[in-house]
Design a protein around this ligand. Sequence first.
Ligand code: SAM
Length: 241
Amino acid sequence: MNSQQLSRRLATVADLICQYGATDIRLADIGSDHAYLPCHLALNQKIQAAVAGEVVKGPYQSAQAEVKSQGLDSIIQVRLGDGLAVIQADDAINVISICGMGGSLIRSILDAGQDKLSHGPLLVLQPNIGEATLRSWLSQHDFQIVHETIVEDSQRLYEIIVAQHQPGAPALMPRQAYLGPILSQIRGPLYKQKWAREEANLKAIQAQIQAAPQPDQAKLAEIAEKLGWIADSLSQCQEEE
Ligand code: SAM
């Protein structure tokens, strides 16, 4: 992967930024190891300006080097800092991307940076795991999910979530936060693959807990609820075949 040729995962994120972003996109890419995403968008004249934020010095220096070598210093500012703290008011950021991290970390970055979200930037998020906790946070903070997709890249499945500030939007039910409000409606082959895998994982965990001398009943109830949601959704996939 490089700035010219993104991975399928980041290429999909780039497409969604262009599809859902404003006419003049001003992007903050948080956790911008190498800054490939903002560089790619700038090289293709898709963004007006960008901030590439990184909390770790090594990746920050890689991002700086990439921006410089691509001659994009006038468009992309690389900043060292934690989460949304790198965003300044006069950046006028209208799209924030946070990709390639766990959903809990993305959630905590958004939670800690709520002052940077009050004007309602578009969020394009790609959690590696922990999608449900991220969706719950979005729902509790007036962000409505407007697009979801699953991408297969290097034999892994990744969910990408696009959310817009929408006060008054209906809150997500736990089942929707778990399966995805849009993904569970559109389903499709990658959705089926993802949940068939997750069903097998959960059944293995369930069997381990049941074999313990004193099974954790609360955990078993939680797993049973999730397995019910998955079975119900997978049966809808089968009806469509
Ligand atoms: N966004 C790129 C992608 O999707 O390919 C890089 C993903 S990399 C696995 C995650 C990056 O997020 C790391 O470089 C890490 O240092 C950075 N990171 C983690 N927590 C962060 C935070 N609180 N603020 C800014 N960057 C963070």
